[in-house]
Design a binder for this molecule. Structure first.
Ligand SMILES: *Cc1c(COP(=O)(O)O)cnc(C)c1O
Length: 389
């Protein structure tokens, strides 16, 4: 979908001609007679501002319908409500921590079992599925080491056992990747990240491929009620207006930053799917339309938490905070922040070393971001600084 199509998929207000979408801050709608209304009766079931957002994201992801939730996790929760006790999920082992917590501590208790496999190797998925598998759950790229899985190949496996393929497309965004076109049945997003794009809201989105799935999700959304409020729907729509230009600039900055880091003495390893050295680069190239996202992770030669701490507390433009995808650059130390709840040995197995640092590149000038990183590396490397004295 081109930037033109995205921008013009957002309708102006048919009632007043307002160029931007009005915020319908209302709980209920007047009926002419019982059950006779203008398509809206109660704001949990439907709201005109939310409807615009849901229609726009359905188009963005080439799906049948879209659904807006209060957070990304509420969106994930709504999809899991498609399951019953005894059902099985096969999920990517490098899954978002919040999704892992929800699967393990809420849904396993209710009788849903989950098997985690490294989905970057399609054979692992083929081996893990059984006749009881109802959902295959992947993220691509993953957080924070940016592993990429072959969506088309996994969709074929899902079909062979009658399971649904769900793709968490938060990191790729609909600008780089359209999972439904690659065979997925459901796409979810943390709208908090690239889609909102300004670090000013939390939101979640579900996009369904078929009418049947849309009807089920609509039922769950209304029955459980975890909807996104009208004001945050408005902000998310406003974010989508600039999604294409923001995401492309973030990708451009991230590639420059990744290439810079790769040349640095103090840096051990750089993770970015856009680098030919990344182990899933070929799959990323095949399914991500030449865009590899704004996230770059790297480890330091001095592989200690102290080393990482010194780095993340000395940057200027990169602000130390959780979350990603906004216009302002952020950085975080997964071992002590996003992945702190994961035991160290499991974390190390997933490639999240003590010194791993995750950068979320914003839309600043690439040169400024690189200068910030360069200065910080010098501050963290006093031995090298002595050479300049
Ligand atoms: C942040 C995130 C989520 C959860 O979204 P919230 O809006 O924080 O609830 C889910 N998946 C991925 C990949 C994320 O980065």
């Amino acid at each position: 979908m081109s930037a033109t199509k995205i921008i013009h998929s957002i309708p102006s207000d048919p009632l007043t001609g307002a160029i931007s979408v009005p915020v319908y801050q209302t709980s209920t709608f007047i009926q002419e007679a019982p059950g006779v209304n203008k398509g809206f009766d109660y704001a949990r079931s439907n709201n005109p501002t939310r409807k615009v957002l849901e229609d726009v994201v359905a188009q963005l992801e080439a799906g049948h319908s879209g659904f807006a939730f209060a957070t990304g996790l509420a969106a994930i929760d709504a999809v899991l409500k498609l399951l019953s006790a005894g059902d099985e999920i096969v999920a990517v082992d490098d899954i978002y921590g919040g999704a892992y917590r929800l699967f393990t501590h809420v849904y396993e208790k209710l009788g849903v079992s989950v098997r985690y496999v490294d989905t970057t190797d399609v054979d692992n998925v083929a081996e893990a599925v059984t006749s009881k598998t109802n959902l295959i759950w992947i993220e691509s790229p993953t957080n924070p080491t940016l592993k990429v899985s072959d969506i088309e190949a996994i969709a074929t496996i899902a079909k062979s056992v009658n399971a649904l393929l769900v793709v968490d497309n938060t990191f790729a965004s609909p600008i780089a990747q359209k999972p439904i076109e690659l065979g997925a049945d459901i796409v979810i997003h943390s709208g908090t990240k690239y889609i909102g794009g300004h670090s000013d809201l939390v939101a979640g989105l579900v996009i369904t491929k078929t009418v049947t799935l849309s009807e089920k999700l609509k039922f769950i959304q209304n029955a459980s009620g975890g909807i996104l409020g009208p004001w945050d729907c408005f902000l998310t729509i406003r974010g989508i207006e600039t999604l294409d230009i923001r995401y492309k600039k973030q990708c451009e900055n991230a590639l420059k930053v990744a290439l810079f880091l790769k040349e640095q003495e103090a840096v051990q390893e750089v993770f970015y799917p856009g680098l030919t050295s990344h182990k899933n680069h070929e799959i990323a190239k095949k399914q991500q339309s030449g865009l590899y996202g704004g996230i770059v992770s790297f480890t330091l030669k001095e592989d200690t938490q102290e080393g990482a701490n010194r780095f993340v507390t000395n940057t200027n433009y990169f602000k130390l905070a959780e979350s990603l995808g906004g216009v302002k650059s952020l950085l975080c130390h997964p071992a002590q922040m996003t992945h702190a709840s994961i035991p160290r040995d499991i974390r190390l197995k997933a490639g999240i070393k003590d010194s791993l640092i995750r950068l979320s590149c914003g839309i600043e000038q690439a040169e400024d971001l690189i200068e910030d990183l360069s200065t910080t590396l010098q501050i963290c490397n006093p031995a090298k600084e002595l050479l300049f004295v």
